[in-house]
Design a protein around this ligand. Structure first.
Ligand SMILES: Cc1ncc(COP(=O)(O)O)c(C=O)c1O
Length: 379
């Protein structure tokens, strides 16, 4: 049996959720499974294949469940994530960031030989030539998508004529199979108001459509058009440009995404399934207690974690150092004793996951399984 951390002996013991050694990432399996099936159904109804992004969870057990729910594979942000997923037997991995430099390209080509239907993106002609040459030397073929920048400017090519040129190079290169395009826009995902998001992202999709028309005119019609995230999935489903979707955070839902109006004028189709369980370690001060979750426990790029413990209504989290957080108590008569578990919604799930080794899977008050976050850490 693999080593699954200090809580392994609590699996299947009634009430074990409240006895976890903390801080511990907790996955509410009922909510997680509902998110999985809801999104699979929404994508299926729109004729959209799903290749969810594994950068969110970095966990091959979750990737397997996404595929069991109908996904055609998973996306990975890094070669390391892709390596872990391939070695866990996941097929249909798409690497969504350029793989650049001889060392990484060599590793990629070696991985491709072991993988089933591995794909990657590129946005540069030098990189395309490197990929083709290295694949040729190793007698293998790589499936390549051209990365289109529709407005974020992080990676990708923006101008339609340059996209056509790069797609032509990929299509003409020996040892490369031109499979299609990627167009992901990150910042718009978190525009909270649906109408404002739809307006800004809609203009980006108009540009994507022009690029697709130019590719079709050049006899380079992509068979895969991939992109989108949790914030744009409703817009992507109605615009029907993509053939497949890269949604990531929908499985967990964090504080950032809970503030986003995902569907116009309606409640979110997804519920929070990921929580951080911490414990009160000191309660001597007036007005607050100290818990064992600080900068090393929660991502600090976004909002603060939100307290979700029923017995602490109105309580607020404040950052309090590397290992500690401050829980400001609304009602002093409810000040918890040391050892009390405090549950919080994670601020931004992706970088929070990357700080932890294990997901503690619970049903109700019982720990029922522990999954390794096996692709965490190394970039
Ligand atoms: C390329 C790419 N695709 C998809 C996603 C998933 O987005 P989300 O977590 O907003 O669903 C991300 C997230 O950062 C991403 O970088």
């Amino acid at each position: 049996m693999p080593e699954l951390g200090p809580n392994q002996s609590l699996i299947d013991i009634p009430g074990s959720r409240n006895a976890l050694t903390t801080p511990a990432l907790v996955l509410d399996l009922d909510a997680f499974e509902r998110n999985l099936t809801t999104h699979a159904k929404l994508c299926g109804e729109s004729g959209l294949r799903l290749r969810p992004h594994a950068k969110t969870h970095k966990c091959s057990e979750i990737a397997k469940r996404q595929i069991a729910a109908g996904a055609v594979g998973v996306c990975c942000a890094t070669l390391h994530e892709a390596t872990v997923m391939v070695e866990a037997g996941i097929s249909g991995v798409l690497i969504t960031s350029p793989v650049v430099g001889a060392a990484k390209v060599n590793r990629l080509v070696a991985l491709n030989k072991k993988a089933d239907k591995l794909k990657l993106v590129a946005d540069n002609s030098i990189n395309v030539s490197d990929l083709s040459d290295t694949a040729g030397r190793e007698s293998t073929e790589l499936d390549l998508l051209i990365d289109i920048d529709i407005g974020m400017q992080r990676t990708g090519v923006h101008a339609a004529d340059e996209i056509v040129r790069l797609a032509r190079l990929a299509d003409d290169s020996p040892n490369l199979n031109y499979r299609g395009v990627q167009a992901y826009s990150g910042r718009v995902q978190h525009i909270e108001d649906y109408g404002s998001r739809e307006k800004e992202y809609g203009e980006q999709l108009d540009h994507l459509q022009k690029c697709l028309d130019a590719l079709a005119d050049a006899q380079l019609k992509p068979s895969i058009i991939t992109g989108g995230g949790t914030g744009t999935h409703a817009i992507d489903r109605s615009r029907k440009i993509f053939t497949e979707h890269q949604t990531g955070s929908y499985i967990f839902m964090d504080v950032e995404y809970n503030a986003v109006e995902l569907v116009a004028g309606d409640t979110s189709p997804f519920a929070t399934s990921l929580f951080m369980q911490c414990s009160v370690v000191s309660n001597n001060a007036d007005g607050f207690v100290t818990i064992d979750g600080g900068y090393k426990c929660f991502a600090t790029d976004g909002p603060k974690p939100e307290v979700s413990t029923d017995s602490l209504p109105g309580a607020d989290y404040d950052r309090f150092g590397d290992e500690h957080g401050k829980i400001v108590i609304a009602d002093q008569s409810q000040k918890p004793v040391i050892g009390t578990p405090v549950t919080l919604i994670t601020p931004h799930c992706d970088p929070t996951i990357n700080l932890h080794n294990y997901l503690h899977c619970v049903r109700g008050d019982k720990l029922v399984d522990i999954w390794a976050i096996d692709a965490r850490g190394v970039l």
